[in-house]
Design a protein around this ligand. Structure first.
Ligand SMILES: [Zn+2]
Length: 324
């Protein structure tokens, strides 16, 4: 596959587990791609070197300047204006890393940086399930819960770039402790991690479930994915846990739609693979609890971009910034 003459963006999706690099057309099509383990424990310099090596290998050192820009989606919190990664919990050594500046110096190309959930919101808005909307909210439910809020066609950043932290809305004032220090956050109740933790607690207390057989009795192997799969097969405990998570997510969505009155709420991330087990209760709760004005014409839909949302979203970030 050659980049050829078509205009393109170099997109990087820096995750705690995988580092993905791609070239993406102005139309949002992934032209070339590669995914390698991030291996964050190797240190910041090693990861950045692996990143630049992959870009050079994919595009060719002499052709990097043919790209319109480079854009990176990285775990938050980030400073989107300065292009600095501040201190993401799942990249422990990355404290105030000026990634935009480093990449611009090494690759000699205009670079943009955004937090991964915000970038995903831009991707869904420009190329995915949110295409054509002016007001939409993207929510990702995986290891954690993140999001991005588009108002009047623009990503809401807030004063410090911290807007859209949907996972840290308080849902239960007496709920479990969250990694952010608050209690009862949506993320602490309904993220993939929370689903697994809750399941393990129930299994330890002796509740019967096919999950126990599925992990061969080894409770350390319980993941949200296993819970989703067993819930789909009809396991009672798995269904109850998914229902509780979906209820919390539904209440979160009620709060969001009452505040922002969007046309669409798009839900992605691994837990959204639960399909109707997640979406049916969420839609029911939002219908019952949200204000009529927010419910009228609202659609709650799955991501259209799936796993590519980070890469396509990075391209969307670059396109939005270049136009600005
Ligand atoms: Zn929190």
């Amino acid at each position: 596959m050659q980049v050829g003459k078509e205009k393109f963006i170099i997109a990087i999706d820096l995750g705690g587990t995988n580092l993905r690099v791609a070239t993406v057309s102005f139309g949002g099509r992934i032209m070339q791609r590669v995914s390698i383990p991030t291996r964050a424990m190797d240190g910041v310099d090693a990861v950045i070197k692996r990143m630049t090596d992959k870009v050079i290998e994919m595009v060719g050192a002499d052709k990097i300047r043919q790209a319109a820009a480079l854009a990176v989606g990285a775990p938050g919190p980030t400073d989107p204006w300065a292009g600095v990664i501040i201190s993401p919990p799942n990249l422990p050594q990355w404290v105030r890393v000026p990634l935009k500046q480093i990449l611009e110096d090494r690759l000699q190309i205009k670079t943009f940086l955004g937090n991964d959930a915000n970038v995903a919101a831009l991707g869904e808005h420009r190329f995915g399930a949110g295409k054509g909307t002016k007001h939409m909210i993207y929510m990702t439910v995986s290891t954690g819960i993140g999001g991005g809020i588009i108002v009047d066609g623009k990503l809401l950043l807030g004063k410090n770039g911290g807007a859209g932290e949907i996972g840290h809305m308080t849902i239960d004032k007496d709920g479990p402790l969250c990694a952010c220090g608050n209690i009862g956050c949506l993320e602490a109740i309904a993220s993939g991690t929370a689903i697994a933790t809750q399941t393990i607690r129930c299994l330890r207390s002796g509740e019967r479930s096919s999950i126990r057989d599925e992990v061969g009795g080894d409770l350390s192997r319980v993941t949200a994915q296993v819970v989703v799969e067993e819930a789909m097969k009809g396991d009672q405990l798995a269904m109850e846990i998914m229902h509780d998570a979906a209820t919390a997510i539904g209440i979160g969505v009620v709060n969001l739609v009452n505040l922002f009155d969007p046309e669409k709420v798009i839900i992605g991330g691994g837990v959204s693979n639960a399909g109707p087990l997640l979406f049916d209760p969420v839609r029911r709760i939002v219908k019952d609890r949200a204000m009529d004005i927010a419910w009228q014409g609202l659609e709650i839909v799955p991501t259209a971009l799936g796993d590519d949302v980070g890469l396509v979203g990075a391209a969307a970030l670059a396109l939005a910034e270049l136009r600005a």
